[in-house]
Design a protein around this ligand. Structure first.
Ligand SMILES: [Zn+2]
Ligand SMILES: [Zn+2]
Length: 397
């Protein structure tokens, strides 16, 4: 039996008030990365009430996994939401404002969680319409602490073996109601660059007796600009930013050390590796030339979010059956990063965006900003596209 997608969209619109209520509850009660205990409890209770076949909690500390089996065995599709908030003080004056000072859902992960609960609700009533299993993943710590990696390491891609992965992000830079699913790289990878310069301090009047880590650091920052201008393929976007330079405490003292913090962003994994290697070589080489010992740590990072073109096409195809086709686009590459890449590195799938920016309704605050807030209406599109994509994926051979 094949799914009638327009009916799915109507159903998503019908349950939208409940989904909005869930999102607002989560918005009022945000929790930081790997501390999503109450959120996980809320999610697990909802999934049990919906009647999923299995609900597992405490996966990678605060993650939740739910399983929904169709009427007969088949493939398994993974759908993922993230649950964490950010250390930001909410500036919005709304009834559902964060009740926790200094913690706020400023990236929309509250919406992702509510949307995926909505998908579970819709699909639970359609077991007869699909074969196989839908695996719902509610992931902790997307905001830089490696929640996706922890979930993959906890084994969520097996038992049952996952064949395809899909996820979404609400997007405040995309007009409301637009669905954006790109072939290949959708979002850039980001790697942290942490550089420690060990010099030798001394009196500011006796530089010849010192190894000045500030002078070394300046030379490194300047030389590193060539990583983008000379090492990077000009056709592919790349970014290198040093965002912190910490050294010294007095005007007449040359310090012992300097610490630089920065980041590298890239479109492909190969490009990332080349940029990281050259940046590291420059830092160490320039330091050595000036007598300092430099250590570089690039271990923390997220790889580019690379969609399988066939899977991205599936998302667009499903979306275009439910909303006007001119609202379904490939869109632009996003310089931000997403740890959904951890799932895409292991399985084919696609990560797509649902526009939530509405000038008309006044929802214009950007992500990671105290004034962030979304137009909630297109959450129904998030539900129907995720649910429809999952069913189509399971139908295909
Ligand atoms: Zn974010
Ligand atoms: Zn996010």
């Amino acid at each position: 039996m094949s799914v009638a997608l327009p009916a799915l969209q109507r159903e998503a619109e019908e349950i939208l008030p409940g989904v909005i209520a869930d999102r607002r509850f989560l918005h009022e009660n945000p929790e930081l990365s790997f501390q999503e205990y109450e959120t996980a409890k809320f999610v697990a209770e909802r999934l049990r009430a919906i009647g999923l076949d299995e609900v597992q909690t405490g996966v990678a500390e605060t993650g939740v996994v739910g399983l929904l089996h169709g009427h007969k065995p088949g493939k398994t599709v993974l759908l993922r939401a993230d649950m964490d908030a950010l250390p930001i003080d909410e500036a919005n004056d709304v009834p559902y404002k964060s009740t926790k000072p200094g913690v706020m859902h400023a990236c929309g992960h509250d919406a992702h969680t509510a949307i995926l609960l909505g998908v579970a609700r819709v699909l639970a009533s359609k077991r007869d319409a699909f074969a196989g299993t839908v695996k719902f993943i509610f992931q902790p710590a997307e905001e830089g602490l490696g929640g996706a990696k922890a979930m993959v390491e906890a084994g969520v891609l097996e038992n049952p073996h996952v064949d395809g992965v899909f996820g979404l992000h609400v997007a405040q830079w995309v007009p409301t109601g637009i669905v954006q699913a790109r072939d290949n790289t959708a979002m850039m990878g980001a790697n942290q660059l942490s550089i420690k310069i060990q010099g030798r301090g001394g009196h500011g009047a006796q530089p010849h007796l010192t190894i000045d880590p500030i002078a070394v650091g300046c030379a490194i920052v300047t030389s590193m600009q060539t990583v983008i201008s000379r090492t990077n393929d000009p056709i592919a976007a790349g970014v290198l930013t040093i965002g912190a330079f910490n050294a010294g405490s007095a005007a007449n003292v040359i310090p012992d050390t300097a610490q630089l913090e920065g980041g590298i962003r890239s479109v492909t994994v190969e490009q990332r590796d080349a940029l990281i290697q050259r940046a590291t070589e420059i830092a160490i080489g320039v330091g050595r030339g000036m007598g300092a010992e430099v250590t570089v740590d690039t271990s923390r990072g997220v790889s580019p979010t690379v969609n399988d073109p066939e899977m991205a096409a599936l998302v667009r195809e499903v979306a275009a059956e439910m909303i006007p086709a001119d609202r379904v686009v490939q869109g632009e590459l996003v310089a931000g990063s997403e740890d959904f890449s951890e799932f895409l590195n292991e399985r084919p799938g696609a990560f797509f965006l649902v526009g939530t920016r509405s000038e008309e309704k006044g929802f214009v605050g950007s992500h990671h900003n105290p004034s962030f807030d979304i137009d909630e209406e297109p959450m129904s599109i998030g539900i129907s596209v995720l649910a429809g994509t999952a069913m189509r994926f399971l139908e295909r051979d």
